[in-house]
Design a protein around this ligand. Structure first.
Ligand code: SAH
Length: 366
């Protein structure tokens, strides 16, 4: 098996390079390339060609390899399908926005949560990702933005300087089933890439002990809760985790987190419809009554409700609802004094929603 150079510490890398009969300073040069996210050895211009060829035979740069790269038609979103060393595949998305460059990172290969509207969980959980596997997703996006130009680290980062400025742990997987590695990854992203805590978001389906653990960790990141329904009954139907941790417990833990860190809590709410017998769409979780109930749950708390149009997953038995229905739902929240916005669909044309690309590829390979 090829050695992943990014996984070696400085001493090990030096040993690896000197074992090839090379001078020590080459290890330092290679480390700089690795830290920029170099996807292969071919790009390492200051390394002699015969060494680059040798390295390509026996080693890899990063613990993630690009299998596919898709660009949305507006060029604002790039989606990567990445392969890990054991052949598992994960997704990672780079979103260029007016406020900066955001990377959506996967925390697991697959997912065990079983949410009924989601593609990521359809093949079950394969395994947790390591700190390096999460960090390398950010480096892959960083390379896409900057290539071999050095990263421009400024104090208190100018979000639009062409670097990765924001991280959302909202890709495949449940981060709070892999809390220790997620924390290790974020510590490193903050320390080495200078990404401030306030530009980092962790999204969870509501694992209460994990939320408490984040609270104890003490970093002022943003927390997002995938709520998707305003009653235990409805939520239990679409999110099995609700049978373990009830709505009120989840919200109490989340409010405690946002109060401690003085952060606005993000609530994610996918607007779902279903098909009736005649094939027409009926509202599932987005009626006026649902909006009132949701308002009651969140009233008097510092929250932002992100309304998410459902990205169609063929295998899933839901339907998108009309723009009018989305606005009617939003208007009730606004009337009740709840901050809300409708999430712009990014990269829908490249299957950027939640595990769709990985799923398609896994099927194609069968
Ligand atoms: N497990 C974590 C993070 C990954 S999911 C969590 O549940 O928050 C990231 C977000 O995408 C969640 O809010 C999830 O519910 C949502 N999502 C999943 N499938 C979707 C789909 N088909 N369309 C729109 N959003 C979806």
């Amino acid at each position: 098996m090829k050695t992943i150079l990014f996984n070696l510490n400085d001493k090990e890398l030096e040993q690896f390079i000197t074992d090839l009969g090379q001078p020590r300073f080459r290890a330092k040069q290679i480390r700089e390339w690795l830290n920029r996210g170099a996807p292969d050895f071919g790009v390492m211009k200051n390394i002699p060609e015969d060494l680059r060829n040798k390295l390509s035979e026996i080693a890899e740069t990063l613990p993630v390899k690009i299998v596919k790269k898709l660009e949305s038609s507006d060029n604002q979103t790039t989606k990567f399908l990445l392969e890990l060393t054991d052949g598992e595949q994960i997704e990672c998305v780079l979103m260029r926005t007016t406020y900066g460059n955001s990377v959506c990172v996967s925390s697991q290969a697959g997912c065990a949560m079983g949410c009924k509207f989601c593609a990521s969980t359809l093949l079950g959980l394969k395994r947790n990702l390591t700190v390096n596997e999460m960090y390398a997703q950010v480096l892959t996006a960083q390379w896409e933005l900057r290539g071999d130009r050095l990263r421009d680290i400024r104090p208190n980062g100018d979000a639009n300087n062409g670097d990765v400025s924001h991280i959302v742990v909202m890709g495949t997987g449940e981060p709070l089933q892999n809390t220790e590695n997620v924390i290790g990854f974020l510590e490193r992203a903050n320390g080495e890439l200078n990404i401030s805590w306030r530009r980092i978001t962790v999204s969870t389906c509501g694992i209460v002990p994990g939320i408490n653990e984040l609270n104890k960790w003490g970093r002022p990141i943003n927390l997002a809760i995938s709520l998707h329904a305003p009653t235990d009954e409805l939520r239990g139907q679409i999110m099995p985790i609700n049978n373990r941790y009830k709505l009120n417990e989840v919200l109490d833990a989340a409010f405690a987190f946002s109060d401690t860190h003085n952060r606005q809590l993000m609530i994610e709410y996918i607007l779902l419809g279903k098909y009736d017998k005649n094939g027409s769409v009926v509202i599932y979780n987005a009626s006026a009554e649902h909006a009132e109930k949701l308002s009651n749950l969140l009233h008097n708390h510092n929250v932002m409700v992100n309304l998410i149009p459902w990205n169609c997953v063929d295998e899933r038995d839901f339907a998108s609802i009309s723009g009018n229905a989305v606005h009617r739902f939003q208007d009730i929240l606004i009337k009740n004094g709840i901050h809300t916005r409708i999430r712009r669909e990014r990269g829908a044309d490249i299957g950027s929603a939640c595990g769709q690309l990985r799923l398609k590829n896994a099927k194609g390979n069968r």
